[in-house]
Design a binder for this molecule. Structure first.
Ligand code: F6R
Length: 369
């Protein structure tokens, strides 16, 4: 059942090309138009949406943050991402033109279920992005967009995360198509790049020895920081969460721009810092800003491990270690940059002898508040 792998987590990391491919499957017609049949909300109602609130917890909330960057960029609709348990208890402003998108692997997370119920009561339309057929959250939502990652057994989420991000991109592109915010040629280009992602994830998996070796060499590390910007920011948060959960190491993810507003005080000799590089093609020139961050932390003694695109020559002379991923368009990078961080956490936890499928104190589905 573990498909020849030692742990479910390792298997599920290797299932990711398939998880993304299956989530894309059957969602386009012959003409290349996106068809989301499951999204049974009147298209006129969807066109009237003027605010989106994404509700989720943990890793699923990081998928939601990626969704925010993509949907705002493609659709020009404001998107808020909120932890389900915070949302419910703060008088949120919701009306019938608010679309609430919940993201949950299990579909049973109590905090998210209660938040969705609350949003419905307030009159919002609700869409669930979910990996578990027939679970409670999709049943109670107006519509569902299933991720097709297959059952996720390991407690820490991996393949469901990439499938959630994929589904969120599809939702964003669908809304952009409906509202004519992107030309059909632009949507086709993005979809073509999405369809190329599974092969690129496979390349990362086929070339993972460098990350595994790095992880094994760091088994005695007591703290690791992760920096990222834009869509790399939730990836940094996810890298940190995986390390906490699996290897019980203190880890923190930051938006790289926050560094000088405080976290840089943490840097001293030997501090390990992962950096998720923005694309050199990023239209806001974030690349150069993150290179400066690398210089700033290195000057204070940090060890820097940088996840960057293969063609990113500019970062090479600045980083101690460069972990390459294949190229894609800036918005889609999380589907690639996340993978080395998952492998790193898995390998480090295994090197410490921990049970990666059943980390201490955690449950796969959190059905209590
Ligand atoms: C992290 C992890 C958790 C879940 C969170 C939400 O590896 O698995 O943070 O992402 O508990 O669970 P779902 O997606 O089932 O609502």
């Amino acid at each position: 059942e573990k498909g020849g792998y030692e742990t479910f987590m390792e298997k599920e990391i290797h299932d990711q090309p398939q998880a993304v491919q299956d989530t894309l499957l059957g969602r386009m017609d012959a003409a290349g138009t996106l068809v989301l049949d499951e999204l049974r909300i009147d298209p006129e109602e969807l066109k009237a949406v003027n605010k989106i609130i994404v509700l989720a917890c943990g890793t699923s909330a990081y998928a939601g943050t990626v969704a925010k960057y993509a949907i705002e960029h493609w659709c020009r609709i404001p998107v808020e991402v909120e932890l389900s348990h915070e949302f419910r208890y703060r008088d949120p402003i919701i009306d019938p033109n608010t679309l609430v998108v919940s993201i949950s692997q299990s579909g049973e997370t109590m905090d998210t279920l209660m938040a969705v119920r609350y949003a419905k009561e307030q009159g919002a339309r609700t869409v669930s992005i979910c990996n578990t057929n027939g679970s409670t959250i999709p049943r109670e939502s107006d519509a569902v967009l299933y991720t097709h990652a297959g059952p996720e057994i390991a407690v820490a989420s991996t393949k469901a995360f990439l499938a959630q991000i994929t589904a969120a991109y599809l939702l964003g592109l669908y809304l952009a198509q409906l509202n004519k915010k992107l030309f059909s040629g632009q949507i086709k280009d993005i979809l073509a790049d999405l369809h190329a992602i599974p092969g690129k994830i496979q390349e990362i998996l086929d070339d993972k020895e460098q990350v595994k070796e790095l992880a094994r060499s760091m088994a005695d590390t007591s703290s690791v920081l992760f920096l990222g910007r834009n869509v790399g920011y939730p990836v940094a948060m996810e890298g940190a969460l995986k390390l906490k959960e699996l290897a019980y190491i203190h880890a923190e993810g930051f938006a790289a721009g926050e560094l000088k507003h405080g976290p840089i005080a943490l840097i001293d000799d030997g501090q390990a810092v992962f950096v998720v590089m923005p694309s050199p093609m990023d239209r806001h020139s974030l690349h150069a800003k993150v290179v400066s961050n690398i210089q700033e932390v290195r000057a204070r003694g940090a060890r820097t491990f940088v996840v960057a695109e293969r063609g990113d020559q500019a970062v090479r002379s600045h980083a101690e270690v460069v972990i390459e991923v294949p190229e894609t368009q800036p918005m889609l990078m999380p589907l690639l940059t996340t993978v080395p961080l998952q492998i790193f956490a898995l390998e480090l936890a295994s090197a410490k002898g921990y049970d990666v499928d059943q980390p201490r104190n955690l449950a796969k589905s959190v059905t209590v508040e």
